[in-house]
Design a protein around this ligand. Sequence first.
Ligand code: ATP
Length: 235
Amino acid sequence: MLEVNSLKVKYGRAEALKGVSLTVGQGKVVAVLGSNGAGKSTLLKAISGLVPVSKESSIRLNGEEISGLPPDKIVAKGISYVPEGRKIFPGLTVRENLRIGAYLRQDKKGIEEDMERCYELFPRLKERSNQRAGTLSGGEQQMLAISRALMSKPKLLLLDEPSMGLAPVLVERIYEKIAQIREQGVTMLLVEQNANLALTISDYVYVIANGEIKLQGAAKDFLRERDLVKAYLGS
Ligand code: ATP
């Protein structure tokens, strides 16, 4: 579904991605593991059209080149991004935040149905639908950020460290929900510092360090290579 080739991103003179290539197959969950500053967020931002990429970079969705397109066009093609730190709109209600996730859609009935589907997945959000999003707990805000991304009906969901800043019990809950979303047939590219977590849910894994892919393989093989992964992640 997604093919990234020779992806390069520079911030001024600093090369954050130095020619990254990866693929995500339809219906799969692919994890990109790496330590702080490895380039994980930059990768997701580049795919989402939020940072400029070099000329030789290629990002294809179902065979169609999407690099260089503006972010709204990329959302319209079916890629939705859940940023690190959630970035919900704190002054708007839960419901309004979800509605914003569907801003490119016109099908009112479909939007209502998808909102109900989000509420089924996260009943807590339904209870709080008229509450301002800024009053939600960290875990609830992560649920809202994921739901908002689902409201655009994505083919591919990009998740940036969904476990970040959450207590272990909440992290577990979020990952259970991610597994349920996966069962609904949504393809996912997930970046994580927490390798153990990511490995429980992924089919395939890439390890990134210093803007380059250093290791890749099936998640089940990685479970046996813990020490090697630890060496790259520094944990
Ligand atoms: P983290 O989990 O800490 O966000 P990461 O793996 O997602 O780490 P990136 O945020 O992609 O890493 O950062 C990759 C490199 O690019 C780092 O060296 C970082 O300092 C640098 N960088 C990121 N954003 C910018 C920016 N806006 N301007 C300049 N340098 C940046």
